[in-house]
Design a protein around this ligand. Structure first.
Ligand code: AMP
Length: 416
């Protein structure tokens, strides 16, 4: 079933959204992109005359109640975005009465699903090495089914619009779908758009295809980096991983973030890029700081010669030009991860240069996909989110989809 073909009139819809929005220390939302992203789906259901049961996770409470990650904090923001009142169910597993009471047009927000270990379906408090682990895992999988069944019991129809968690087989993202027939489960508009954007990147690659991978570490991105090497013409690796590469090549990286146990891996990536004819673009110079602080003293130096006591926090001017030149001629662009500690205003230049070049290439006709929490925060910070082709809400999910992996959240609905 597709959301456009379904009439929600008089129906109760349980919708998995990704409202894992960043909050400041006072519990105020600092970026509401994810809430805005789910609105088309939520509004369509209400407009049809349906009622809404909204469910999401927030943060990593690891199966325990944690007020700092309570969705009660965002209830008013959701109500404001929807333009209607929102009821709150303080326990996602005990909302039968609240769901039953819903009338068409009414909205119920469930408390953070991950307050229940059943959501993720992983046994808690037991080590993987423990001989009892397998039995605990099996038991938790059964409990996960029961939890999913409970969630399913609240509604007539299930909609998954949480692309950010589509790569997880959790109770609310996949297992719950088992309790609805094909005519009563569907992807939301955001999910449809995300799946299409990935399809666009993978099925119709206009060349040159440039991928820009940044962020702090090589280790968390290695899967996608290796996979991308079979697809891209240019691979820009930037951000904190620059220094692991520089050190692997014999440089002195001072106090820069560096994964000393990944030096061989870095050399391996360089070798593979050569073998595959991929133009691997690494930073040559950086803006180094004498402390991890926005107000630190700075200097521009080679990434190979960072003095002790200094750390590379942003791309240098030569690097920025190199990245921009590579990006500008591209016809397909994927950007995940910042080129520096963009959260500090004095270290945004690298990420800004990338954003500007991606915007320019997009104006020239390139398809540009920006994804992953931090790159999205970047394009928002620079005010250019509307000037790239597509801003994905997914980090891990986007990367796994581009790696060609089946996303359980999508498969649970489409069967593929
Ligand atoms: P990730 O979660 O791996 O995508 O990394 C995102 C984080 O990488 C952001 O919070 C950036 O501040 C950080 N980052 C980028 N460049 C650097 C750098 N040169 N040193 C330390 N952290 C960095």
């Amino acid at each position: 079933m597709t959301i456009d073909n379904f009439n929600f009139d008089g129906k109760k819809a349980i919708v998995r959204v990704d409202f894992n929005v960043p909050l400041d220390e006072n519990g105020h939302i600092t970026d509401d992109t994810r809430i805005r992203g789910a609105l088309p789906t939520l509004k369509k259901i209400l407009k049809d005359g349906g009622s809404l049961i909204i469910m999401s996770h927030m943060g990593k409470p690891k199966g325990k109640v944690n007020p700092k990650m309570s969705l009660a904090q965002i209830k008013d923001a959701v109500a404001k975005a929807l333009g209607t009142e929102v009821e709150f169910a303080a326990d996602a597993a005990d909302a039968t009465a609240a769901a039953e009471a819903l009338k068409p047009g009414q909205v119920l927000l469930l408390e953070n699903l991950r307050f229940h270990p059943e959501e993720e379906g992983k046994p808690v408090g037991i080590d993987k090495e423990d001989p009892a682990y397998d039995a605990a895992k099996k038991e938790m999988k059964e409990r996960q089914k029961e939890f999913a069944k409970k969630l399913a019991s609240y509604a007539d129809v299930y909609v998954n619009d949480a692309f950010g968690t589509a790569h997880r087989r959790h109770a609310s993202t996949a297992v719950v779908a088992d309790y609805f027939d094909d005519d009563h489960k569907m992807l939301g508009y955001l999910m449809e758009k995300e799946v299409k954007a990935v399809d666009n990147i993978l099925s119709d690659i206009k060349r040159p295809f440039t991928a820009i991978m940044g962020g702090s570490k090589v280790s968390t991105k290695i899967g996608i980096i290796e996979n991308l090497m079979d697809k891209v013409d240019n691979l820009i690796l930037c951000g904190g991983m620059t220094y692991t590469f520089a050190k692997a090549k014999g440089g002195n990286v001072g106090n820069s973030i560096c994964e000393n146990d990944k030096l061989d891996l870095a050399l391996d990536i360089i070798r593979k890029a050569q073998e595959k004819g991929v133009n691997l673009v690494l930073g040559t110079d950086c803006v180094a700081a004498d402390a991890f602080s926005n107000d630190a003293n700075t200097m521009v130096c080679s990434v190979m010669e960072i003095p002790d006591g200094w750390e590379g926090l942003d791309a240098g001017p030569e690097t920025r030009k190199l990245f921009a030149d590579t990006i500008k001629g591209s016809k397909t662009i994927l950007w995940n991860g910042p080129a520096g500690v963009f959260e500090f205003d004095n270290f945004t230049a690298g990420s800004r240069a990338i954003a500007d070049a991606v915007v320019e290439a997009t104006k020239e006709g390139a398809f540009s996909l920006v994804g992953g929490g931090d790159s999205v925060a970047c394009v928002n910070k620079f005010g250019v989110a509307d000037e790239v082709s597509y801003v994905s809400t997914g980090g891990g999910a986007l990367l796994e989809a581009i790696e060609g992996k089946v996303l359980p959240g999508v498969a649970a609905i489409n069967g593929k």
